[in-house]
Design a protein around this ligand. Structure first.
Ligand SMILES: Cc1cc2nc3c(=O)[nH]c(=O)nc-3n(C[C@H](O)[C@H](O)[C@H](O)COP(=O)(O)OP(=O)(O)OC[C@H]3O[C@@H](n4cnc5c(N)ncnc54)[C@H](O)[C@@H]3O)c2cc1C
Length: 430
């Protein structure tokens, strides 16, 4: 019988397949899409190899960094912003990056002041009682900060890119990420929005996959998973059955609700999969004519359709811009004229030549962008996914111990879950 069946061939699943097969176990990866990599996907669009999903990496991402170094992957920065625009009280203001950060500092200092207190050891969030802080939303926290209207707006704006529905989402993930940087939120933001892999994340995915001997089967969505007691049965959409000694389920939280866990899951896990989290915004690439002065724009929720806009690359004589919209964006990511209008708020004569991107929110196998948990989910739902349920194990960037929502978390989770599965199978044999 097959040792391990892995559902989902993103970074977590592919890493898990490498780890188990390198320990001599047999494994099959069942991937729904026509490619591996999931939300880590670089491809040529608008004249350049761009990231349609996960983009930014940093040397503080220890699991990812190890892979990047081992495989000789190079990193580089995008264009350095010379001007920052921000929107407050529906007005556009601008300044140098230094001026922006001066304005932001008092608010962010207050926003994350208790990060290390609540998450003293961010790799195991349950070492402290997080039940209360996990029930506080971004909006609630921002509203209770002692700040001017403008300072409040820019705290909301700088966080709007990460949390696409601030009324529903808990501040706990922001605090946890900040605690990973010992409270240094400027470093945390820099790590999350500056450096990228020169040749793209698909090269990273392929490098890890090349070290796996698993049978990787694309175009194979899984419909049901059943723990039979002495084995696990997985049935694909096309009705094909696979039986294995263990299963690792490495699909996004928001897509897991599509799978029927026939033998049942604890209620907190099943309700998390049924309800999902609220990060369902979009990322769109925009090619604009000419060399636009490098800039960033930060917009709070409710004051514009795009929350973060960044000039990233020069392509020939043009500029490539990346922009992020939130769940309530009034502009469709496919509406070129409306996107141009949204950009003209900051650069009045900008001319958009072409746009491209992937709609992760409507994608059945993602149903969202990166994880940003809703209030209560980290304290009440996530704990049950850290443990196996019979022969079912869970992995993924969405549920990682450290750096949830980052590619690093996916690699970490795939590595650690695979290690636990290897041990469990070895002890079953003795
Ligand atoms: C727009 C965007 C921007 C991002 N920016 C960054 C960033 O800058 N830096 C960063 O570190 N991270 C970023 N992320 C997050 C990062 O990409 C993810 O956290 C990470 O790639 C998740 O990996 P994973 O393997 O856990 O999940 P996924 O990559 O989602 O892999 C899960 C796989 O499961 C498959 N699947 C789903 N359902 C089924 C099924 N029923 N049967 C079989 N297969 C199934 C999917 O097709 C997918 O391939 C971003 C994500 C998005 C979408």
């Amino acid at each position: 019988m097959l040792d391990v069946v892995i559902v989902g061939g993103g970074l977590a699943g592919i890493t898990a397949s490498r780890e188990v097969t390198q320990q001599g176990l047999s494994a099959t990866v069942l991937e729904a899409r026509d490619r591996i990599g999931g939300r880590a996907w670089s491809e040529e669009r608008l004249g350049l190899n761009v990231e349609l999903g996960g983009n930014f990496v940093h040397w503080t991402n220890s699991f990812l960094w190890r892979e990047a170094r081992r495989h000789g992957l190079r990193i580089a920065k995008g264009l350095d912003a010379e001007r920052i625009y921000w929107v407050t009280c529906n007005q556009v203001k601008s300044g140098t990056p230094e001026e922006f950060f001066e304005l932001l500092r008092p608010g962010m200092d207050q926003m994350v002041a208790d990060a290390v207190e609540h998450f003293p050891y961010p790799y195991d969030v349950y070492t402290a009682d997080i039940s209360q802080v996990d029930c506080e939303s971004f909006t609630e926290r921002i509203n209770r900060l002692d700040l001017s209207e403008e300072q409040r707006d820019i705290v909301s704006a700088i966080n709007a890119y990460g949390s696409q529905d601030q009324d529903k989402q808990s501040v706990s993930q922001l605090l946890r990420l900040t605690s990973l940087y010992s409270g240094a939120w400027e470093t945390m933001f820099m790590a999350g929005d500056t450096w990228r892999l020169v040749d793209g994340t698909t090269e990273l995915v392929q490098a890890i996959a090349a070290e796996s001997t698993a049978d990787v089967r694309i175009n194979t969505p899984v419909a049901t998973i059943e723990d039979l007691g002495d084995s696990v049965r997985v049935v694909t959409d096309s009705g094909e059955e696979l039986t294995a000694r263990m299963a690792i389920v490495a699909v996004p939280i928001n897509a897991a609700g599509e799978i029927d866990f026939v033998s049942g899951l604890p209620e907190p896990a099943q309700s998390l999969f049924d309800n999902g989290h609220s990060n369902r915004g979009y990322k769109v690439w925009i090619r604009a004519r000419g060399h636009i002065e490098p800039f960033r724009a930060h917009v709070p929720h409710g004051q514009g359709p795009l929350n973060l806009i960044m000039t990233e690359y020069r392509v020939d004589d043009d500029t490539l811009i990346v922009a992020f919209g939130n769940v309530d964006s009034t502009v469709e990511m496919t509406d070129q004229a409306a996107l141009q209008e949204a950009l003209r708020r900051f650069v009045p004569d900008i001319e958009v030549i072409a746009i491209d991107g992937h709609d992760w929110a409507s994608d059945k196998y993602a149903q969202g962008t990166w994880v940003m948990l809703d209030t209560g989910q980290l304290s009440q739902n996530l704990p049950v996914l850290r443990h196996p349920h019979g022969r079912l194990w869970f992995a993924g960037g969405d549920i990682a111990d450290g750096f949830p929502s980052w590619m690093d978390g996916a690699i970490e989770s795939g590595t650690l879950t695979a290690g636990s599965v290897v041990k469990a199978l070895a002890s079953a044999e003795t």
